[in-house]
Ligand binder design. Structure first.
Ligand code: ASP
Length: 444
């Protein structure tokens, strides 16, 4: 009998998880049962992915940089990558603002729903504001993003998944350092990281074998937890109905990025068919969707991009860890739309010039935000204050946050992978047919 591929197993797990949660809410199964007996499996899966994220970023960046022997090649790859990341992030933030100006979702929300949301989520928005304030440093100008990239203590930075950008920075510097010393001294160190890298990829394969169970658990627990929080107040569905225009605007933006912008970029710079690209990326997208975290999905994204899209390890190990922390197109689009939506609901008019400077701040904020759940919400709360909109307005966008987070994370990692494919193709580092070969020979 033909074995069901992992991709199909994951989709089945997702659907079963949804069905399970709907049925258990309907029949009134105590949520504590799900939390006690189902949630732990999701936690184990998520912890496993998170645990390998930091070592993988370190090993893969060091291996990636030291394997690019020619320093002009390294600077070419990094220039292309960083340029593409910045251009697509600015484009996404601008797209968000444009479509929010055209659709004006904030004008569609009934006053009654607005008041209800403000009172219901007031608490949460205060908490997000406190978090944002904690994150704020003495210098909160736009250069703060760069200050945050450089850690003052390497060892402390290496223990915090939220500081992945600092880990990226340290690893890049270490890799560059290794290329500068005589190879007789660097050889052993590089070989060590190469070994670590390969072992970590094997660990990821093992973790991914359990992904259907993990994903079933994550999705059903999330649905049940959301319903506990809101059903007491008369149901989240009524509120979501009021926010349909807002959610629709975000979905439209994400759709345009994922199904128009990325295919155009791939078509313009590579010969890769977008259908094959999406097929290769599917398991990583499903992990991003269920975990709402680019960092947690990073190990899977790397494995898919290398083994199934044919991007060389040299390129993927540089482009992807960097992308997981700095390139968040879905998030910058989301922040743009959310801020404008809140301003519209509160009747605050943002002039063209303040919207243009908002594009710059959103770009910086999404570069600085970590690839973890709800990172954009904290970023949005900081931006709101800085442009004179009360952060309490955040209460308006809490209800659909989780689902929007899940979707924008998918767009985020898809954008990283698209850039990896473009850079690899431009460097002649894209092996054709890798996908077909692996799909035939490898069930994962
Ligand atoms: N959850 C997103 C990610 O990890 C970040 C965000 O927009 O909140 O990519």
């Amino acid at each position: 009998m033909k074995k069901i591929s992992l991709q199909v197993q994951i989709v089945i797990a997702l659907v079963l998880g949804l069905l399970f949660s709907i049925i258990s809410i309907k029949i009134g199964l105590p949520s504590s049962l799900t939390i006690k007996y189902i949630k732990p499996f999701g936690d184990i899966f998520l912890n496993g992915l998170k645990a390998v994220a930091i070592p993988l970023v370190i090993a893969s960046l060091i291996v990636g940089i030291t394997s690019i022997e020619d320093s002009s090649k390294l600077s070419r790859i990094s220039t292309k990558t960083i340029s593409l990341y910045i251009i697509t992030t600015i484009f996404s933030a601008s797209l968000g603002l444009i479509i929010a100006n055209v659709i004006k979702p904030g004008k569609m929300i009934p006053k009654q729903t607005r008041n209800r949301l403000m009172s219901l989520y007031a608490d949460k928005s205060v908490k997000a504001k406190i978090k944002a304030n904690e994150a704020k440093k003495e210098n909160d100008g736009f250069l703060q993003t760069f200050v945050d990239i450089v850690p003052d203590n390497i060892f402390e930075a290496l223990t915090n998944t939220k500081n992945l950008i600092q880990v990226v920075f340290i690893s890049i510097m270490f890799g560059i350092g290794l290329t500068k010393i005589p190879s007789r001294k660097s050889k052993k160190v590089t070989a060590f990281f190469e070994g670590c890298n390969e072992a970590l990829i094997e660990i990821i394969k093992i973790i991914m074998r359990f992904s259907p169970i993990g994903i079933f658990s994550l999705i059903s627990t999330m649905m049940i937890e959301v319903s506990i929080g809101d059903s007491a107040d008369g149901g989240i569905y009524e509120i979501l109905k009021g926010l349909l225009w807002y959610m629709g605007t975000v979905f439209l933006g994400l759709f345009l990025l994922t199904f128009i912008l990325y295919p155009i970029i791939l078509k313009a710079f590579t010969k890769v068919s977008y259908k094959d690209f999406l097929k290769g990326m599917r398991p990583a997208q499903l992990v991003a969707f269920t975990t709402s975290s680019s960092s947690a999905a990073l190990p899977v994204t790397m494995e898919r991009v290398e083994k199934h899209l044919g991007v060389s390890e040299e390129v993927s190990s540089f482009v992807l860890p960097l992308g997981a922390t700095v390139n968040m197109n879905g998030s910058s689009l989301y922040q743009g739309i959310s801020i404008l939506f809140i301003a519209q609901v509160l009747g605050i008019n943002l002039s063209i010039s303040s919207q243009i400077s908002l594009v710059a701040s959103v770009t910086m904020a999404s570069i600085g935000a970590a690839g973890v759940p709800a990172a954009s919400l904290v970023a949005a709360s900081m931006l709101l204050e800085s442009i004179g909109i009360p952060a309490a307005g955040l209460a308006l966008i809490f209800a659909p946050e989780r689902i929007l987070d899940m979707c924008r994370t998918v767009t985020n990692i898809t954008g990283d992978a698209a850039v990896a494919v473009v850079v690899a193709s431009s460097e002649g580092e894209l092996s054709k047919g890798a996908d077909e070969y692996l799909l035939e020979h490898d069930n994962y």
